[in-house]
Design a protein around this ligand. Structure first.
Ligand code: NAD
Length: 410
């Protein structure tokens, strides 16, 4: 199944329950704009290389479009389209005044130099600068992109349009970034994991957690949950899974990962595969890397009774149905990882006010938004007797649908 098909399937399920009219459905399914550009650079060895860059702007009924920029060899138009639609529902679930967009370049950032990465980023912005902007579409980091990449975007955009820090979020704190933006997604995932545990009558101290992915989201989630006394028994990155039944030393793993550019060779745990990480006998599983990792092929082998989707689209619909039928509680991506876009929203607000927020304020407001959104979705799931995913889509699509009608479509 293609990524866009699964997003549409989740959309249609909730739209049926909402009795959404065919006209509104048609408007909400089709992206507003799709841009594909050639990104050409001269490599360090003097050769010319070209890459394909995408920006899909899905919907702006509730405000400027917002969404990350992914650098990964698997990026294609289908994936970006699906992630752009997810952003529309995500910003609406947490009630931010935004629509949804997503971008990406099909490139492996680990196989090129920093100088080449900067050239690629600037060439991409040359191609799309006239369709983004603080009131139009605001990129942010995603897999393979960092605060430094966001700083290059702000700088390149500024060459065409002048000083505009609100054109991109996830920037370095020293360059109009938000204290706490980097941890925001993981903090949100951690906060909602604790809320889910509490609703299910479980204690953090008795919760064994496995996390797939040890990048921005995976690491901050691991740190937040280990500070909350959960036992992180497995973590993984592209090099494999690292398993220690007594609990991993998360700060030591981070130091190792920073020094060695990944976890490869980490010797303080048993090496297992990424597939095994997903199938461990744990209380809570957190996919925090790629999409499409829980499928009909491995759903029956998943043993965790709770799954928190920190990654975007980690679960395909047929697997999701199977998990739901088995009583496994899945906190969906459009709610679980919305701490990132919420932090981005705070950064954008700060940029527009030219006033820097404190870390305490950021954390307090982030926790408030995530908690309120979680409670609303939980309530809808109970009222309508649907999964948390369908409930989150009902909340998100309902808000976007109302804004579309109120704005008028003639
Ligand atoms: P990142 O690039 O910082 O880290 C990605 C991690 O995944 C790394 O540890 C990498 O080694 C690992 N990985 C890559 N390929 C893998 C594979 N084949 N198997 C197992 N692990 C693999 O990315 P990130 O920002 O942490 O994003 C992770 C996920 O969270 C993505 O799905 C992204 O869309 C989602 N997300 C990110 C943010 C954000 O603010 N960064 C916000 C919302 C959602």
């Amino acid at each position: 199944m293609k990524a866009i098909d699964s997003t549409e399937l989740y959309f249609n399920r909730a739209a049926d329950l909402l009795d959404l009219s065919d006209n509104i459905r048609t408007l909400l399914i089709q992206p507003k704009r799709e841009v594909q550009v050639q990104v050409a650079i001269e490599r360090d060895n003097g050769e010319i290389a070209t890459y394909v860059g995408y920006r899909v702007q899905h919907d702006d009924a509730r405000g400027p479009m917002k969404g990350g920029l992914r650098y990964h060899p698997d990026v294609d138009l289908d994936e970006v389209r699906s992630l752009a639609a997810l952003m529309t529902w995500k910003t609406a679930v947490v009630n931010l005044p935004y629509g949804g967009a997503k971008g990406g370049i099909s490139v492996d950032p680990t196989k090129i130099s920093r100088r080449e990465l900067e050239k690629i980023t600037r060439a991409f912005i040359d191609g799309i600068h006239d369709v983004i902007g603080p009131d139009i579409d605001i990129p942010a980091p995603d897999m393979g992109t960092t605060a430094e990449v966001m700083a290059w975007i702000m700088n390149q955009y500024g060459k065409y349009h002048g000083f505009n820090p609100g054109v991109v979020t996830g920037k370095p704190v020293e360059m109009h970034g938000l204290p706490g933006r980097e941890e925001a997604t993981g903090r949100g995932v951690g906060t909602l994991t604790l809320k889910t545990l509490s609703r299910l009558g479980r204690k953090p101290q008795q919760t064994r957690v496995a996390i797939q992915g040890f990048g921005n989201v995976g690491f901050h989630t691991a740190k937040f949950l280990s500070d909350a006394e959960c036992k992180i028994v497995a973590a993984s990155d592209v090099s494999g899974g690292y398993y220690k039944p007594d609990g991993l030393d998360i700060p030591a793993m981070l130091r190792y990962s920073l020094q060695n550019k990944g976890l490869s060779g980490y010797a303080e745990a048993e090496l297992i595969t990424n597939e095994q990480v997903l199938e461990l006998d744990v209380d809570c599983l957190i996919p925090a890397a790629l999409g499409g990792v829980i499928t009909s092929k491995n759903a029956a082998k998943i043993r965790a009774p709770i799954i928190i989707e920190a990654a975007n689209s980690p679960t395909y619909p047929d697997a999701d149905d199977e998990l739901h039928a088995r009583g496994i509680v899945v906190l969906p991506d459009i709610l679980a990882n919305a701490g990132g876009v919420t932090g981005s929203y705070f950064e954008w607000v700060q940029n527009r006010q030219h006033y820097q927020w404190t870390l305490d304020r950021v954390r307090q407001e982030l926790d408030a938004v995530m908690t309120k959104s979680f409670e609303r979705v939980w309530e809808v799931a109970n009222e309508r007797r649907v999964s948390l995913r369908t409930a989150a889509y009902i909340v998100g699509i309902g808000r976007v649908g109302r804004a579309t009608v109120l704005g008028g479509i003639a």
